[in-house]
Design a protein around this ligand. Structure first.
Ligand SMILES: Cc1cc2nc3c(=O)[nH]c(=O)nc-3n(C[C@H](O)[C@H](O)[C@H](O)COP(=O)(O)OP(=O)(O)OC[C@H]3O[C@@H](n4cnc5c(N)ncnc54)[C@H](O)[C@@H]3O)c2cc1C
Length: 541
């Protein structure tokens, strides 16, 4: 099982449509670089079409001089048109490589036979999830507004069906945009299931394509442990497309997906109970963040039950699902039982064995720093490599492969100081090391923390609080970790991440003038050290 506790960052629909609509860098007038099957760059192709036959012959000759021998159908063939696949393909094509990507037919729920251009993030991950978060957050606004004079404000009725319809319209629009991005960049989209036949051949629904390079970007699928009643449970794919809002839902898992869906259903008025094996939610996050968020979500009525997982799920006569947490124990009934217990790499039937591509664990594809597998012509990016399972990371990895292969710029994706967010309610924003990781790495730290009631809540009546934490390496004064739980933390953390990535010191934070009145200004006004932490040295054995 892959840990969903790996951190992630948000991808807002508006930002995506804007940033992904553009074209990648295109070397003007250049040909596909040596090493790729020569195809004139797109600008040259357009030029050639407008020229005489003689000029067209010259373009073809130039292409040949760059290595075209007709051996390959494509320079670059990507399996999977999700975040990593679309980004890698369009950049490869923009550098002049003849490129194709194959993708399964569209469906809201992913399977071995269904998927859709755009992949998990766009169709059943970041985007639809965030739309549901936005929708659910209005409930809090309706409650909070009374304190601001909106008296006798009746809480309006919510239509789950209408929200799901709007969400589905939006993801249909987005999958169309992604198809256009591929077409505009002259990437051939081949609908069907890709299977590797050998180190240079991919078969899609019976047709074989010879490829100079192959990139695997097949992502992951939800993983549900093998318990009796497994068939009765839903996953995040189903939760984003339920025909009816469940009045009472059990969510099994404590990673970001579990916590985000707990927030969504709780805000829409469901009775939500979280079941998980560990002792706290959000494994891998800073301990204080985990504790603070637990308090906040419990305050909102989410029931948090650590060290408790279903041993069986049973079906009641009324269609309800019963959760049994110990053999012969009591049954608790729910409208839905959602499993968010990790995601597994989507490699079944991919033909990895035909080329000898090595995997570890439950199918994670092993890659080097350049995302190359043990087979020299095959690369892999995104969740299928289980590095940091986030959309922006898959984008970075896909783009780096394209640059390495077709832009003469060997590029390693940089996985250090990747900021991320959990769109819980309140949300979490984080960049850099947790306190435990930082202590292990740097040995001596200064920790600055602040917990406060945001200005808005002084009269809204909401009991929601915010928490901020800065972790500083005592030796260098460098800020090595910043964490926040509270409204807008995802948005705030993106800016902080630039400073942290650039190596900002605590003195740099202190020298920054705040924006008043905001919660974010607290990050530049935390002057007093909350505590110093020193790594205990274990005596040599
Ligand atoms: C509920 C949920 C919420 C998330 N929220 C966030 C978030 O807020 N922020 C964030 O950064 N990340 C988030 N993520 C993670 C993010 O979606 C992934 O990290 C990202 O989509 C990984 O991109 P990828 O290219 O590796 O794979 P994917 O986007 O999963 O794309 C893989 C594609 O390959 C296709 N495919 C698979 N096998 C084949 C085959 N044999 N032939 C052809 N096509 C194939 C699939 O159909 C799919 O379209 C979330 C994930 C989930 C599940």
């Amino acid at each position: 099982m892959l840990g969903t506790t790996k951190t992630r960052a948000g991808c807002l629909p508006a930002r995506m449509t804007k940033s992904l609509g553009g074209h990648g860098p295109r070397p003007q007038g250049s040909l596909a670089q040596k090493g790729g099957q020569a195809r004139p760059s797109l600008s040259l192709q357009r030029l050639a079409r407008s020229l005489s036959a003689a000029s067209r012959r010259a373009v073809a000759m130039a292409a040949e001089a760059n290595g075209s021998d007709g051996t390959f159908d494509y320079d670059f063939f990507c399996i999977g048109a999700g975040s990593g696949g679309v980004r890698g393909s369009r950049f490869a094509a923009s550098y002049g490589a003849k490129t194709a990507v194959c993708e399964l037919p569209f469906a809201t729920k992913a399977s071995l036979t269904t998927g859709g251009v755009g992949g998990t993030c766009v169709l059943r991950g970041c985007v639809p999830k965030k739309l549901l978060v936005y929708g659910s957050e209005y409930a809090k606004e309706f409650e909070d507004c009374n304190g601001f004079g909106w008296e006798k404000f009746d809480r309006p009725q919510h239509s789950w069906e209408s929200l799901i319809e709007s969400k589905n319209n939006e993801i249909n629009r987005l999958t169309g945009i992604y198809k256009r991005i591929l077409a505009n960049n002259e990437v051939d989209l081949i609908e069907g299931r890709g299977k590797i036949l050998d180190k240079n051949t991919v078969e899609v629904d019976g047709k074989a394509y010879r490829c100079r390079y192959i990139m695997i970007a097949t992502g992951g699928l939800p993983f549900v442990p093998n318990i009796p009643g497994k068939d009765l449970v839903i996953t995040s794919d189903d939760a984003l497309d339920l025909p009816k809002m469940p009045k009472k839902i059990a969510i099994v898992g404590a990673g970001f997906i579990a916590v985000e869906f707990a927030g969504i259903f709780n805000s829409f008025g469901s009775d939500v109970k979280l079941f998980f094996r560990g002792d706290k939610i959000l494994r891998g996050f800073d301990e204080e963040v985990r504790d603070f968020l637990t308090e906040q979500i419990e305050e909102k009525g989410i029931k948090v039950t650590p060290k408790t997982v279903p041993v069986e799920v049973i079906e009641g006569e009324d269609g309800k699902k019963g959760v049994v947490t110990s053999a012969g124990g009591d049954v608790e009934w729910f409208d839905e039982v959602m499993y968010a217990t990790g995601r597994a790499p989507n490699v079944e039937g991919l033909g990895l064995e035909n080329a000898g591509v090595e995997t570890v664990g439950n199918g994670v594809i092993k890659v080097d720093d350049y995302s190359r597998t043990n087979v020299d012509t095959i690369f892999a990016v995104g969740d299928v490599t289980d590095r940091i399972n986030l959309t922006p990371v898959a984008l970075m990895e896909g783009m780096a492969v394209a640059k390495t292969l077709f832009n003469d710029t060997p590029t390693k994706p940089d996985h250090e100081f990747v900021a991320s967010a959990v769109f819980s309610q309140p949300p979490v924003g984080t960049v850099g090391y947790t306190e435990d990781e930082a202590l292990e790495k740097f040995g001596k730290l200064k920790i600055f923390t602040s917990s406060f009631r945001p200005l808005k809540n002084t009269i809204s009546g909401s009991t929601e609080r915010s928490f901020m934490k800065i972790i500083v390496d005592s030796a260098s004064d460098r800020v090595v970790g910043v964490h926040m739980v509270g409204e807008d933390s995802a948005e705030i953390m993106q800016g902080i991440a630039i400073a942290v990535k650039m190596g900002a010191t605590k003195a740099d934070f202190d020298a920054t003038v705040g924006i008043h009145p905001t919660a974010a200004e607290e990050f530049v006004t935390m002057r007093d050290v909350t505590r110093e932490a020193v790594k205990e040295l274990t005596p040599a054995a």
